[in-house]
Design a protein around this ligand. Structure first.
Ligand code: PLP
Length: 378
């Protein structure tokens, strides 16, 4: 099998599982318990928090473990917006993950927030100057994703952060897709809050984290026993936290590794564009995740291409995992001005460091064949 759906999820890495194992077995305690089994778990959790903080360039006290990227986004967006006294205005983009869009919509529907969407160019890029234009005295939060899951476009986060910092407005970025591929770091990027998810990185599903600068006020969403300094109650997923920290440490790729993945991605992009008539790349060519290749194949259906490729052992996605299975065209592609019937022909290939040049060649050949077959049946 050639697995090219790493943006949907990744297998758990052996080293991650090995790091987690003690906390699922001998050191299984509740980290709030005052006995040795509990204290061993508490030490494991504290070490995971320190490690994650080092990877994310923040203080350990600024890390909040969550049950994944969706919860991390919800907590950052609703928690910051509801705690902030400035007003009820949020700036975002129309191509965010549903976790962000639906959190903003919740603020709109139940708390009277106004949501402004930044304009996007055809490749999904935000122009930071538009952030300056939309910022208002009552803006409570700006949330713009680091890298898009469907089209791989990487936003100018540092530049936006300069503007939000100058205006003293909290800035959240969803870094679920960029973690492991791009330089993260709360202070390097200049953001106030950043979400990540374990299962995109070689840790299990159901663990994530949000780093929120200590100075930013946060209203908790989950109330209970006061864990995570009262910001997210519930007995901590110690093994998950340890796994997430290990996965992020292990995914710190060298410059050479990243260049090698990008080179193989380019074999896919250039090969497909050269050999599939009318195919086009979605997202930015230049400002793009090194692991991400996404296309539209007019005259086909993305689902049908996916099924054809699966017959050859190539596993990919016909859009985002959340949109897959639904008959709706992707909200991301539609926001870029792609016609709904063309948006339904989208196919995404997301690589990892094990993808080879031979895999890339096989993908190009099979995609060419699949698209030709499907078009011949029209
Ligand atoms: N944000 C982005 C950009 C994503 O791609 C995803 C998952 O696909 C999420 C958030 C949600 O993360 P999780 O699956 O951990 O809830």
């Amino acid at each position: 099998m050639i697995y090219l759906d790493n943006a949907a999820t990744t297998p758990v890495r052996r080293e991650v599982l090995e790091a987690m194992w003690p906390y699922l077995t001998g050191d299984f305690g509740n980290p709030s318990s005052h006995h040795e089994v509990g204290e061993a778990a508490a030490r494991g959790l504290a070490a995971a928090r320190e490690s994650l903080a080092a990877s994310l360039g923040c203080r350990a006290s600024e890390i909040i473990f969550t049950a994944g990227g969706t919860e991390a986004d919800n907590l950052a967006i609703k928690g910051i917006a509801l705690a902030a006294p400035r007003g009820r205005h949020v700036i975002t983009t129309a191509i965010e993950h549903e976790a962000v869009l639906e959190s903003c919509d919740y603020l709109r529907r139940f708390h009277g927030f106004e949501i402004d969407f930044l304009p996007l160019d055809a490749s999904g890029l935000v122009d930071a100057d538009d952030v300056a234009r939309l910022l208002r005295p009552d803006t409570t939060l700006v949330t713009v994703m680091h890298a898009n899951n469907e089209i791989g476009t990487v936003q100018p986060i540092e530049r936006i952060a300069e503007l939000t910092r100058a205006a003293d407005v909290p800035f959240h970025t969803d870094a679920v897709q960029s973690a492991g591929w791009l330089e993260l770091g709360l202070r390097t990027l200049g953001v106030d809050a950043l979400s990540i998810s374990g299962h995109k990185l070689g840790a299990p599903k159901g663990i994530g984290a949000v780093a929120i600068r200590g100075a930013v006020a946060l209203e908790p969403l989950v109330h209970g026993g006061g864990q995570e300094r009262g910001r997210r109650s519930g007995t901590e997923n110690v093994a998950g936290a340890v796994g997430l920290a290990a996965a992020l440490r292990l995914s710190a790729h060298s410059r050479e590794e990243l260049a090698s993945v990008a080179r193989i991605r380019d074999i896919v992009i250039d090969g497909v564009l050269a050999s599939v008539p009318e195919a086009f790349l979605t997202g930015s060519r230049e400002s793009r995740l090194p692991s991400h290749a996404s296309f539209c194949f007019p005259g086909t259906s993305g689902e049908a291409v996916l099924l054809e490729l699966e017959r050859w052992g190539i596993v990919c996605s016909s859009g985002s995992a959340c949109a897959a299975g639904s008959d709706e065209p992707s909200h991301v592609l539609v926001a870029l001005g792609i016609a709904p019937e063309v948006a339904k022909t989208a196919v995404r290939f997301t690589l990892d460091t094990t993808t080879t040049e031979a895999d890339a060649g096989e993908v190009v050949a099979r995609v060419t064949e699949a698209v030709a077959t499907l078009r011949s049946h029209r």
